[in-house]
Ligand binder design. Structure first.
Ligand code: EZ4
Ligand code: CO
Length: 402
């Protein structure tokens, strides 16, 4: 029997921070898992290095389910983003190893293709409506079939979700940037620019919008109702997802589809949302929700309740996560859509072999495992630097209350 004989935690910052786990076996096979938790990266690195690596040495790398249960139940302290991201990194690295040992891409181990490719949505944004419309046009030209649209709210400093340069990166400062927020200004503005996107580009594409958790349930209900005729693919994170009951109120008022779950990390966190059919798309991911093993469990529960998948895929989820997400997405019956923003060229120098993107669809590599190689020399050129997500204050100076 092969055993796990090396566990390395790799930290690099090719434009943004990534934590990666590399597991090597006594047979010389290596597997990669993403362990990136935006703005809290080193907490997961320490969890892996100090608490999980010593437990993994000598174990059988083929026992993926058993290792998952051992790490989850053995912690005693269950769930939470740090724990679930650390377990995810181990889980994904072991799937990568299993694929390489079998000589098969990971999606084949998950039952093979349920579809030809994975529909993705990209992020169009603008500092005003005109530049948003130009950005949508550019993504349409590149063949994207589904587009998220966000514009900066006039008069508010900072604008979460709006790209500044060529690459989207909300975690861009060495201490958290402070931005201003006004719900009234947002609600007056956002439905109008979404309408302009439909006016100019029609209904032959999917249109998405992310509320970033910023509304109260009744505000979210009003927003959802006000954009019904625009037939959004979804409104994302209308309210903070930890209050699962809030979604019932939103649901009672609007037929705009609802997606949530990018910050949730276990089946327990989404159970009511799914079983009470309060959402249409569940956004949990391979990296933050316990790896392929646990994400499939969440997606199977969702399938019973007509909830489709719509996993998070922003720039803080590394190319290892993209590859693992595509393996899950292409195989599960209830796939909905996958978020995909792409990474900087520097990131692709470190993580080689990302899934192929063509006409707004991602296609998995047919290399054994996940098909991603980590380039240590390239990684060494990009040392870690603290980077934080912004926070927001309301106009009276108080911390936001979402
Ligand atoms: O705020 O990935 O849907 N995508 C998003 C992202 C998240 C960041 C947080 O790290 O909401 O922009
Ligand atoms: Co989001």
């Amino acid at each position: 029997m092969a055993t796990i004989d090396r566990v390395e935690v790799l930290v690099t910052s090719p434009g943004r921070n990534f934590v990666t786990l590399r597991i090597s076996t006594s047979d010389g096979v290596t597997g990669l898992g993403d362990a990136t938790l935006n703005g809290r990266e080193l907490a997961v690195a320490a969890y892996l290095e100090e608490h999980l690596a010593p437990l993994l040495i000598g174990r059988d790398p083929a026992r993926i389910e058993d290792t998952w249960q051992y790490l989850y139940k053995g912690a005693y302290w269950r769930r939470g983003p740090v724990t679930m991201t650390a377990i995810a990194a181990v889980d994904v690295a072991l799937w990568d190893i299993k694929g390489k040992v079998a000589g098969l891409p990971v999606y084949q181990l998950l039952g093979g293709r349920s579809r030809d490719g994975v529909l993705v949505y990209c992020h169009a944004s603008g500092r005003d409506v005109e530049s948003l419309l130009d950005d949508v046009a550019a993504y349409r030209e590149r063949g994207f079939q589904a587009i998220r649209a966000q514009a900066a709210v006039p008069g508010l400093s900072g604008s979460y979700g709006v790209r500044k340069g060529a690459f989207y990166e909300p975690a861009a400062t060495s201490l958290p940037d402070e931005q201003a927020w006004s719900t009234e200004a947002y609600l007056d503005f956002a439905p109008g620019y979404l309408a302009k996107v439909r006016e100019r580009f029609g209904f032959g594409m999917h249109l998405l919008h992310d509320v970033h958790h910023r509304l109260t349930p009744i505000e979210a209900a009003r927003f959802g109702r006000s954009v019904e005729e625009l037939r959004l693919f979804w409104m994302e994170d209308p309210t903070p997802a930890e209050n699962q009951e809030a979604f019932r109120l939103i649901r009672q008022h609007t037929t705009t589809p609802i997606a949530t779950g990018e910050v949730l990390n276990s089946i327990w966190d989404v159970r009511r949302l799914i079983t009470e059919q309060l959402i249409d798309y569940v956004r949990t991911t391979v990296v933050h929700a316990g790896g392929i093993t646990h994400l499939r469990r969440i997606f199977d529960l969702a399938a019973l309740y007509h909830v489709r998948t719509g996993s998070h895929g922003a720039t803080d989820l590394s190319p290892v996560t993209t590859a693992a997400a595509v393996a899950v997405d292409i195989s599960v019956p209830n796939f909905g859509i996958q978020e995909h923003m792409g990474h900087t060229p520097e990131t692709y120098e470190v993580f080689r072999g990302t899934p192929r993107l063509e006409n707004g669809m991602l296609y998995p590599s047919d290399e054994p495992g996940l098909g991603i190689e980590y380039d240590d020399e390239a990684a060494a050129r990009f040392p870690y630097e603290p980077r934080y997500l912004p926070i927001a204050r309301r106009l009276d100076g108080s911390m936001h209350d979402w």
